[in-house]
Ligand binder design. Structure first.
Ligand SMILES: Cc1cc2nc3c(=O)[nH]c(=O)nc-3n(C[C@H](O)[C@H](O)[C@H](O)COP(=O)(O)O)c2cc1C
Length: 259
């Protein structure tokens, strides 16, 4: 890693993907640049990388896929035979085809997948599913995986093509009706939710006003509000959350890595 530069890229509405990519990168060496793509303003610029760069990219899984706003954005990134570590973070249900999709998105733009991982983070919809993950064990697994990647890079083992779990065609995207979180009387209009909304769907002057057509249901506002003033009450989300709690709160899925 001495002559190469290590870049960390992530989108992380509720912070779990960020923790994982940082832990992986910490096992790989010193990070030269961290690009947080969570906010709209940070997704306005495209970036180019060379074969002297190494990129670690991490995204959450949304409905078994790469979030649509990111698959659009990633098409603007350009590599030049740039090694990339591909990471998805999912809420203990399944990551379906998200890792394969992420790999394809990068490999069609000049990047070369050298390692990949699927890690677990507390579910955006409920703190009862994968509660407080990634935990210390997950983060240690991520760091140790980073060390393995560093050794692979140092040994210049570029021989074989990276294979990850996933199927073609990718899991079909589920159309959801436009919806926005409700705001209860505890809201003080402090602006925290609006500041951190990845699509600027929340009005900066009146946090109660949320543009349902821009909302991606990432739950940044729900999880971030110190007064628990925001929640999704739409029956589709309530139903999905019940299903997730019933089926995935009592089991523990473990990280999977591909090298
Ligand atoms: C719209 C949406 C769809 C999701 N779909 C899935 C899914 O298909 N499978 C899963 O296990 N978790 C799913 N999750 C949970 C997130 O992948 C998980 O909580 C992840 O840790 C969030 O990452 P972040 O903290 O970096 O935002 C979904 C979350 C959201 C908001």
């Amino acid at each position: 890693m001495s002559t190469t530069k290590l870049h960390v890229l992530y989108f992380s509405a509720t912070g779990t993907s960020r923790k994982i990519v940082r832990a992986i990168a910490s096992g790989m060496g010193e990070v030269d640049r961290e690009l947080d793509l969570t906010l709209l303003k940070d997704r306005q610029q495209s970036h180019r990388f060379t074969d002297q760069d190494v990129v670690v990219v991490g995204v959450p899984v949304y409905a078994g896929r790469v979030p649509v706003l990111l698959s659009n954005y990633f098409q603007q990134l350009q590599g030049q035979d740039t090694p990339v570590v591909l990471v998805v973070v999912y809420g203990n249900r399944d990551y379906d085809d998200a890792l394969l999709e992420l790999k394809d998105l990068f490999e069609t733009n000049g990047f070369r997948g050298i390692a990949a991982g699927a890690f677990v983070g507390e579910h955006s919809y409920s703190s009862k599913v994968a509660t407080a993950r990634p935990d210390a064990d997950d983060l240690e697994t991520a760091r140790a995986f980073g060390e393995e990647i560093r050794q692979k890079l140092a040994a210049n083992e570029h021989g074989h093509l990276l294979e990850v779990k996933g199927n073609y065609p990718y899991k079909e995207l589920v159309a959801m009706p436009p919806m926005a979180p409700e705001t209860n009387a505890l809201c003080t209009n402090c602006g925290l939710c609006a500041e951190h909304c990845p699509t600027e769907a929340i009005d900066f002057n009146d946090c109660r006003q949320v543009d349902a057509s821009s909302c991606i249901r990432c739950c940044s506002c729900v999880k971030r509000c110190p007064l628990d003033a925001k929640s999704f009450q739409h029956e589709r989300i309530v139903g999905i959350t019940h299903y997730l709690v019933d089926h995935f709160s009592a089991i523990r899925k473990e990280p999977e890595t591909f090298l």
